[in-house]
Design a protein around this ligand. Structure first.
Ligand code: DHK
Length: 152
């Protein structure tokens, strides 16, 4: 299976570090990308790291990933709670999908408790801060490695 992993980020995450740091922390998205790239190197993964405030761009990256990638790590941000279209796109993707939320969405407003993306995700990480991205990458690497291992 391909060792290429897409890390996709939804709306307002370009403001990470400046936006409500008491909720989302002080690290910027560039910091998160640097941490992910470092870890990907250690895990032997290749990364495509993207952020968009536009739903269709996230859908287009999922379509791109269908052709090439062994996994997707996605923080859909507010689209988590609204986007049937992103869920539909992820349902066309055959390899592991891990959903990440920096904050603990279950401790927040009721509208953040429902996730369309969770209907497809193989795992969900919430409330572990930006470390959640690295844990998600480790999980994807493990699932890719398990797929490669010959049956016992
Ligand atoms: C990020 C957002 O922008 C919110 O809309 C989600 C998520 C939570 C996060 O915790 O990373 O509700």
């Amino acid at each position: 299976m391909s060792r290429l992993v897409y890390v996709l980020n939804g709306p307002n995450l370009n403001l990470l570090g400046k936006r409500q740091p008491h909720i989302y922390g002080h690290e910027t998205l560039a910091d998160v990308e640097a941490d992910c790239r470092k870890l990907a190197g250690e895990l032997g993964l290749e990364l495509r790291f993207h952020q968009s405030n536009r739903e269709y761009e996230i859908i287009d990256w999922v379509h791109e990933a269908r052709e090439t990638a062994g996994g997707i790590v996605i923080n859909p941000a507010a689209f988590t709670h609204t986007s049937v279209a992103i869920l539909d796109a992820l349902n066309t993707f055959d390899a592991p999908v891990i959903e990440v939320h920096i904050s603990n969405v279950h401790k927040r407003e009721a509208f953040r408790h429902h996730s369309y993306v969770s209907l497809r995700a193989d795992g969900v990480i919430a409330g572990l801060g930006t470390q959640g991205y690295q844990l998600a990458l480790r999980r994807v690497a493990k699932l890719i490695d398990e797929k490669k291992a010959p049956a016992a």
